[in-house]
Ligand binder design. Structure first.
Ligand SMILES: *Cc1c(COP(=O)(O)O)cnc(C)c1O
Length: 218
């Protein structure tokens, strides 16, 4: 078995064990974060049958995935990095999910382009859950207004996404995310990375974004 597929199945086993222990009914999906890795590194996992992959840059995704998506049907590509208005058109050509919406200008652009291209990406609003100065994501206090703004634009908002502060225990941030998910009655939560995905599962994460533990160091 290819080492990347082996890493992947090991993570699946760990997740399954955790799910049985805490009696979760819904199994979270793994987004294999393939940013910076070439197609040769990604293909073994595609051959294995995995369908969800994450990239953080629009240009890189277009270059790598335009061909891969022809060869491997039904792949769901997830944009997990920052999105600017001028990249929306490129993004909607290749990505099925957007995890990083946090600006009104970008929301407006998506609503225009999705009509133009006749697509409807599934979207997460990114929340700056630790209220960190430099971090992207929407401040929690603006969430209600922004959510309504997006719904009025006919965006398909399916959940919230966060990257908790580094070097801090993520649990209280995951708890807050779970609370917000309930409050807004949304079905999905995008949270949990290589270092903290097991904690994220406990707090309702439905999409785990895992890179290093699958593909190795970048
Ligand atoms: C790179 C990245 C990940 C994956 O991180 P790992 O620690 O390599 O698992 C997850 N989410 C976002 C937003 C990222 O940019």
């Amino acid at each position: 078995m290819h080492s990347i597929v082996k890493n992947f199945t090991e993570i699946q086993d760990i997740i399954n064990k955790q799910i049985n222990e805490i009696n979760l009914s819904k199994k979270p999906k793994i987004i294999a974060v393939s940013k910076t890795f070439k197609s040769e590194k990604i293909e073994p996992l595609l051959e294995h049958g995995h369908k969800d992959f994450g990239e953080n840059k629009v240009q890189e995704a277009l270059l790598k995935w335009t061909d891969l998506k022809v060869k491997y049907k039904d792949v769901n590509l997830h944009l997990i990095g920052n999105l600017q208005s001028n990249k929306v058109k490129g993004a909607l050509k290749i990505f099925n999910f957007i995890h990083s919406l946090d600006k009104e200008s970008v929301a407006i652009k998506i609503s225009k382009v999705q009509k133009e291209l006749n697509v409807r990406p599934k979207i997460f609003i990114q929340i700056n859950i630790g209220n960190e100065e430099q971090k992207s994501g929407l401040p929690v206090q603006n969430l209600e207004k922004f959510y309504k703004f997006c719904k009025d634009l006919d965006l398909d908002i399916i959940g919230f996404m966060c990257i908790p502060p580094f070097e801090e225990d993520p649990i209280r941030y995951f708890m807050r995310m779970k609370f917000l998910q309930k409050k807004f009655n949304l079905s999905e939560l995008s949270m949990g990375m290589s270092s903290d995905f097991l904690y994220a599962i406990k707090y309702n994460a439905s999409y785990l974004r895992i890179g290093t533990k699958i593909f190795g160091q970048r």
